[in-house]
Design a protein around this ligand. Structure first.
Ligand code: SF4
Ligand code: SF4
Length: 330
């Protein structure tokens, strides 16, 4: 059942990145643009395709002027030379495997040739940072507020770039908002190619170095900031968050969808609807009672379950009496 749910997630949720991508999209493009290694019959073909692949990587990194230097470096590299010598004798499976390794090496060498930030903005266009404990001051100093943030609660179906897989989010994340549809961080200014809060950018942005993912990955394993860290002095809000998570959460929604996949029963559908109704009702109630703006709700209560359920291949319709109906999203 889990596999079914996961396939639906992949189809409908592919563009949500939990962390800023390490230029994954461009790397994928480079790999797709290079020739099929099984068509490279001679060493000459191999050499030409290698140089073409190197050119693609350097263009993606905006450093095509390094082509000559890196081509010489590769010509003297023992691993590349050995592969070139052996190429014509390799069986197809070995060719495919070696070509994959060759591309990975080209990408690594190219990144290493440019160990500084070009301020190209690619990482700010590809997503937004999650906050860490060190970012708490940005909140206490009023530099970040609920209007600029949103929460992903545990259990949300997401694409996790560090692990390179789809799955359920294991822990809560508070993130800077992204622009709808295009996914850019809201602080990214396209025309100036600049960050509006550069001097106060979160820790994740400060360690971001697309040529060296190490510090980023280490940070990713460190303590994340949660809503409760930020509202710890607001007892009423803490109780509301607790009641909301207890009654309806992405984890519970995922479990209810799983139960539906297994049984296909009406009771399972009602469980899903019950979660959606509670989530929607609580949001309107707190808007009314606490005077919270619509744009603050996604920080306090995470993304609406009505939206999350679409990742599982459902959408919600409401009839004239306000009654919810779950429809398979085709
Ligand atoms: S770290 Fe710098 S060079 Fe790399 S993608 Fe981000 S802005 Fe561009
Ligand atoms: S906060 Fe600034 S540096 Fe960080 S992703 Fe957004 S625009 Fe880029």
């Amino acid at each position: 059942m889990k596999r079914l749910a996961c396939a639906a997630v992949f189809k409908r949720f592919g563009n949500r990145n939990v962390m800023t991508p390490l230029r994954e999209s461009e790397i994928a493009l480079v790999k797709a643009a290079t020739r099929n290694p099984l068509e490279l019959r001679s060493r000459r073909d191999f050499r030409a395709a290698l140089e073409q692949a190197l050119h693609h990587v350097l263009v993606a990194l905006h450093v095509e002027d390094r082509f000559g230097a890196l081509r010489s470096q590769i010509s003297e590299d023992r691993w590349f030379r050995a592969l070139e010598q052996a190429w014509e004798r390799l069986e197809p499976p070995a060719r495919l495997q070696s070509w994959q390794e060759l591309l990975d090496r080209l990408i690594r060498i190219s990144y290493a040739s440019r160990p500084y930030c070009l301020r190209c903005g690619e990482c700010c266009r590809g997503g937004s940072p999650s906050l860490h404990e060190e970012d708490k001051d940005l909140w206490s100093q009023g530099l970040l507020s609920p209007r600029e943030l949103y929460t992903l609660r545990p259990g949300e179906p997401v694409h996790m770039n560090v692990e390179g897989r789809l799955g359920s989010l294991p822990e809560e994340l508070v993130k800077i908002r992204q622009r709808p549809e295009i996914g850019h961080c809201i602080f990214y200014q396209e025309e100036e190619k600049a960050c509006r809060i550069y001097e106060h950018r979160p820790l994740q942005c400060r360690v971001q170095a697309c040529w060296d993912p190490g510090p980023f990955e280490e940070l990713w394993r460190a303590g994340k900031l949660s809503r409760r860290h930020l509202v710890q002095d607001d007892q009423e809000m803490l109780e509301l968050l607790g009641a909301h998570d207890e009654r309806c959460s992405p984890e519970k929604l995922g479990a209810a969808v799983g139960a539906w996949h297994e049984s296909g029963s009406e009771a399972a559908i009602q469980q899903i609807l019950d979660q959606l109704r509670y989530d929607t009702a609580l949001r309107s109630l707190v808007q009314e009672r606490l005077g919270l703006g619509e744009d603050e709700l996604e920080f306090y209560f995470g993304r609406p379950l009505i939206r999350i359920v679409r990742a599982y291949g459902f959408r919600v319709e409401r009839d004239g009496n306000g009654t919810y109906r779950l429809v398979r999203d085709t």
